[in-house]
Design a protein around this ligand. Sequence first.
Ligand code: AMP
Ligand code: ZN
Length: 144
Amino acid sequence: MSSDCPFCGIVAGEIPGRIVGENDHAVAFLDANPMAPGHTLVVPRNHRERLADATSEETQAVFSLVHGLAPAVEAAVDADGATVGVNDGSVAGQEVPHTHAHVIPRFAGDGGGSIHVAAGSRPELSDAKLDEIASEIGGASNDE
Ligand code: AMP
Ligand code: ZN
């Protein structure tokens, strides 16, 4: 636990949170400043800054809750779909340094965009460059 982390505080019950689901390694609660009604965050119980800092077991627990909650969140607010994602690192917009998955209900005509807008414009990449990147990723995965 990190003493100045709001999400550790919610997991420990020391900071108020609207808990909507939990399992052995993860907890889900409503976002306090939601982008849409039902906006939910899912965090590992342990303080892990980035997604890759969490163990495989913790990551599975987080995404198991996401999987179960996404339809429940949509149904609760009568949404038409959801955007699910992680702002992984400050450059990607992560503000709270305790990794968390967002489940953001989406509504027809809500004015939002797809997850593609998060990264700016598309780069031009040759087939050779794509092959090189695929090979680099395949050799560096830390999957357990
Ligand atoms: P991110 O930019 O991905 O780090 O998102 C952090 C999210 O945490 C934002 O959507 C905030 O509204 C939300 N948030 C910050 N503090 C709290 C809190 N104490 N309880 C619930 N949600 C919070
Ligand atoms: Zn924390």
